[in-house]
Design a protein around this ligand. Structure first.
Ligand code: NOJ
Ligand code: CA
Length: 700
């Protein structure tokens, strides 16, 4: 892996004053500060008159995060929140560029100014707590560090009390702070109107647990026409996931960590660091998508060689179960995962340039899946049903050059999975399978643990680490949210973690409304790749689900391959629905691994257009989507290298296209030529519509 590093170190003082015997007071200025490289953002730190750690953040001189306190409630110990003195501090700068083994861009610049502050209680037990702030041009990250010390070997955190105080009643896009699932529809309200406990829209999620008026992250806010912010966390490791408890009247929010069966939030041996608390800042919506803050705050890769994983498109024995055409369990008499059906999919993949085939329902246990309380020991990750010949399917896939994507539905019984994981991964290795889709549907067993709590955060990590050792990539459904861990563990290739395409098949009331994806692009997708599973062509789902439908046009389904980033991208429809469909050519052509990405226009919840250059080929693909409103937009090509000519195909909404009334109306404009200096293309997007454009370089 290439690395380019320039490291500047500026130590400003006081650190030597740090000791275990009690604080002395070095020469500390009234406040400490880190300013971003181009000075747009400044985070300032000081102690209040009671010795409370306090910070505030200014963006272009406006104090968007008002003075806010930092601290913890601990079990059987006084809170760590006040009576502190600053015992040392250090300012430092860093600038280096690193490379993603796969991604939405190849190179990432990590450029920040840092402030490190060492604190100590002035009275017994003189506990020490450090803080590290990083100021980037696209946001702020900070974390707590518990240094090694005499009077503290373990902390049991009852809650983290990191405050965020605002001066404006921002416009917000949010999902409730559910401890077990992120698959909610996004709400769009003022901050002062957030009410996660009384959602108007009926959201039937079996495993929901929403104890507070809190939101999950990424949590995106905007001040009309001005600052855009998004709150999240980076490098969530051996700690509980963070929700943000909303105090609507005081324009204040406070971290509310996800709990555990034991009643605490986090138990850790000292020394340790918390995840980074992150705030992305941008002057427009595009800036949020282009930010690399979350990735930059993660540790470099622990996997030296990722060449065994190639980004790919895939098809699967999957949508047919969600439509009710077949089933996962064999006892139903409609078993989908048969040897014959698998081979049919492998043939299709090989003929159409799809790298993989996902096969769900191949293993025993599905008769006892949904609705069973006692799910421990039910699923088996090595024994196929008798009508699925694993050896034969694997050999056939190998012969055709197609990867089988393994499926492990744990039914939220992670202990059963951990017991079998080594054998399950060994079976995959034996058959040359390099990726597995995992799933965690249901309430976690043991009872009292939650999908987003420390116990499960550690489980998800254990799976990644064990898989990495066997060169296996993970695509987790019902996961812990992405916090940029793919930088450190690049075998974390994708995940769900939001309401995916499948909801459209599950009953009319569950369908994703046309504004869902234009919101996801600025919320969930800021955290990392998503296995949304686009590409449904049979938009009305007939004859399987006559009362349900996909609430987009066909052109928008194509655009999603560019708008939603994932290195594993499904062509999710039944493969027979792609037969004789000229639009399928876009899915055959579109890239899945990118040299660079540009956001061409964007407005949160309204529309977004993204252009991406494929790695190694110089091909560009552009995708744009809109919510229920039609749009006209001008697409300029100044992102292309000057002089290069391209042969283009445009897939756009037809004149009468409409997500509900006429979603199939698609116009394909084939084989026209374009250059960077080409006059702009005027595009019309239908209600719930979009467009997709491929640009293939012409060899001169
Ligand atoms: C929920 C997942 O999101 C879906 O993709 C999968 O088919 C089912 N669980 C079964 O594992
Ligand atoms: Ca799911």
């Amino acid at each position: 892996m290439r690395r380019f590093a320039i490291l500047l170190l500026v130590a400003l003082g006081g650190l030597s004053a740090c000791s275990d015997s009690g604080p002395s007071t070095p020469d500390i200025p009234e406040f400490l500060e880190a300013r971003s490289p181009s000075d747009k953002l400044a985070v300032r730190f000081y102690l209040s008159s009671e010795g409370r750690p306090t910070y505030r953040v200014a963006y272009y001189g406006i104090i968007d995060i008002q003075p806010s306190h930092l601290g913890f409630d601990l079990k059987d110990a006084p809170p760590l929140e006040k009576g502190f003195a600053i015992t040392g501090f250090e300012n430092r700068s860093f600038d280096a560029t690193w490379e993603l083994p796969w991604g939405e861009q190849r190179e990432v610049r990590n450029h920040y100014n840092e402030l490190f502050v060492a604190l100590q209680e002035q009275e017994a037990p003189h506990r020490r707590l450090d803080l590290r702030f990083r100021a980037y041009d696209d946001g702020i990250g900070f974390r707590y560090e518990f240094p090694e010390q005499e009077n503290l070997d373990e902390v049991v955190i009852m809650d983290e009390n990191t405050e965020f105080r605002f001066q404006y009643d921002y416009e917000c896009w949010w999902i409730p702070g559910d401890w077990d699932i992120y698959e909610h529809l996004y709400q769009h309200t003022k901050f002062s109107e957030i009410d996660a406990l009384n959602l108007e829209e009926k959201q039937e999620l079996a495993q929901s647990y929403i104890p507070e008026n809190a939101v999950n992250t990424p949590f995106t806010l905007k001040q009309a026409g001005k600052t855009h912010l998004s709150f999240h966390e980076a490098a969530l490791t051996d700690y509980a996931g963070m929700t943000l408890r909303i105090e609507p009247d005081s324009l204040r929010m406070v971290t509310e960590l996800v709990g555990s069966a034991a009643g605490h939030k986090v138990r850790r041996k000292v020394p340790f660091s918390t995840p980074w608390r992150t705030i992305q800042f941008a002057s427009d919506a595009a800036g949020l998508i282009e930010s690399n803050l979350i990735l930059n705050l993660n540790e470099p890769s622990k996997i030296d060689d990722m060449s065994w994983f190639q980004p790919m498109k895939y098809v699967g024995i999957w949508w047919e179960m969600h439509l009710g055409k077949s089933s996962w369990d064999r006892a139903s008499g409609r078993h989908g995962a048969t040897t014959e059906n698998a081979k049919r999919h492998i043939d299709f993949a090989a003929e159409n340039g799809m790298g993989g085939v996902l096969i769900e329902g191949w293993n025993t246990g599905w008769e006892h899946w949904i609705g069973f309380e006692d799910r421990e020991g039910v699923f088996d990750f090595v024994t196929p049903y008798p009508d699925y010949d694993l050896d034969e399917v694997a050999a056939y896939a190998k012969e055709k050059g197609v990867d089988i994507i393994m499926h492990h539905e744990t039914s939220a019984a992670p202990r059963t999975y951990e017991q079998q994981m080594d054998t399950a991964f060994a079976l995959m290795k034996k058959h040359g399978m390099r990726a597995v889709k995992t799933g965690y549907v249901g309430k976690i067993i043991p009872k009292g643990e939650y999908h987003h709590g420390q116990w499960m955060v550690n489980h998800y990590r254990k799976v990644l680490e064990k898989a990495a050792a066997q060169q296996i990539a993970i695509n987790a459904h019902e996961p812990i949210k992405d916090t940029g861990i793919r930088r450190t563990w690049p075998n974390a290739v994708s995940r769900e973690g939001a309401r995916g395409q499948e909801f459209n098949a599950w009953g009319a009331a569950n369908g994703n409304p046309p504004n869902h994806l234009p919101i996801l692009a600025f919320t969930r997708l800021l955290s990392g790749p998503m296995d949304f599973t686009p590409g449904i062509f049979n938009l009305k789902l007939e004859p399987w689900k006559e009362n349900n439908q996909i609430n987009t046009t066909l052109a928008q389904q194509l655009a999603l391959y560019v708008v939603i980033y994932s290195p594993v991208q499904m062509a999710a429809d039944l493969i027979e629905h792609y037969a004789d469909q000229p639009a399928f050519q876009f899915i055959r052509d579109v890239g899945v691994d990118w040299e660079q990405s540009r956001v061409l226009n964007a407005e949160v919840g309204e529309y977004v257009t993204i252009a991406r250059e494929e790695r190694g080929t110089g091909r560009w693909f552009v995708g744009g989507i809109t919510n229920e409103k039609p749009r006209e937009l001008l697409l300029r090509f100044d992102f292309l290298p000057p002089g290069q000519r391209y042969t283009c195909t445009l897939y756009q909404d037809g004149p009468d296209a409409h997500w509900n009334d006429n979603p199939f109306d698609l116009e394909i404009v084939p084989a026209f030529e374009l250059r960077a200096d080409h006059a702009a293309l005027a595009l019309k997007l239908a209600p719930g519509g979009g467009f997709a454009l491929s640009l293939l370089p012409v060899a001169e």
